[in-house]
Design a protein around this ligand. Sequence first.
Ligand code: FES
Ligand code: FES
Length: 156
Amino acid sequence: MELTINGKVHQVDLDDDTPLLWALRDELKMTGTKFGCGAGLCGACTIHINGNPARACLTPIAAAKGARITTIEGLSDAGDHPLQQAWVKHNVPQCGYCQSGQLMSAAALLAANPQPSEKEIDSAMSGNICRCGTYPRIKAAIKDAVQFYEGGNSND
Ligand code: FES
Ligand code: FES
């Protein structure tokens, strides 16, 4: 099956019901997307499918066939998406495990809504769990990124 990931077509020889997360990490060695719960509960595996946030652990590869898949590796060419810059500025990560998913959820939010309210940020980020409790820094970084986000500095 062909999967289009970060603008590149990849061939994977896996059953249709294989979770996309397995294809990304085990088959294609794109390990930026994390395995947390495997049950749609933590958000660590968040990617974009046609620009919308999705749980790679719950998405069978058959459902992603023909779609535009974006992972953290493809969020920006040089790691300079406004959110990535804000993440660095605010020293957001602690252990870092949840942060790819956090960034992908935040990026999908800003792509759809470049000027989100506090409530909209809370709502968009509510499915991403951080066991290290970096939530205040995540929110500060998103609010900072909003100031210079133009919606054009993304591969999505
Ligand atoms: S690993 Fe997919 S939501 Fe937790
Ligand atoms: S930074 Fe450790 S889980 Fe979020």
